[in-house]
Design a protein. Structure first.
Length: 148
């Protein structure tokens, strides 16, 4: 039954396209942003600048899907991130930039998967960015000092 409906829809689309002289475009509806994103944006993010990374981790929504380091080169990092992934079009992540490392030994030429996140949590937050759907910056954008 589904196959018949799909075939009928494709046939009707091609017929309409041939008759009108204009291509028929089919748009997929994207799911709405995750409710986690609105929870993150409701936090007073700028108030965490100058505080330990852990102070922000403690207030970010639970249920993150990944937490890790944002490397810029061999043995160097620009900070840490926490991401929330539901689907390709429904995800967000928080980048936490650290200017001066006091606890993590940087440079560190071992794989970032072996770095100590408990030490990173003690580092001081210099800047925060929030992204949605992998490439849309929605908070902390347009600051060339933090890798636009």
């Amino acid at each position: 039954m589904k196959k018949m409906l799909v075939i009928l829809f494709v046939y009707m689309s091609m017929t309409a396209s041939a008759n009108s002289g204009k291509p028929v475009m089919i748009f997929r509806a994207l799911p709405p942003d995750t409710t986690i994103l609105s929870q993150i944006l409701n936090l007073p993010l700028s108030s965490y600048i100058g505080k330990p990374v852990d102070s922000l981790f403690l207030v970010l929504p639970t249920g993150y899907t990944r937490r890790g380091f944002m490397p810029t080169g061999i043995g160097y990092t620009k900070g840490v991130y926490q991401s929330y992934f539901t689907s390709e079009y429904n995800n967000c992540f928080v980048e936490i930039f650290i200017d001066t490392f006091q606890f993590l030994p940087i440079p560190n030429r071992t794989p970032t998967t072996t770095w100590d996140m408990s030490l990173a949590k003690k580092e001081t937050i210099a800047f925060i960015k929030v992204w949605k759907n992998n490439n849309i910056c929605i908070y902390g954008c347009n600051n060339p000092a933090y890798y636009d």
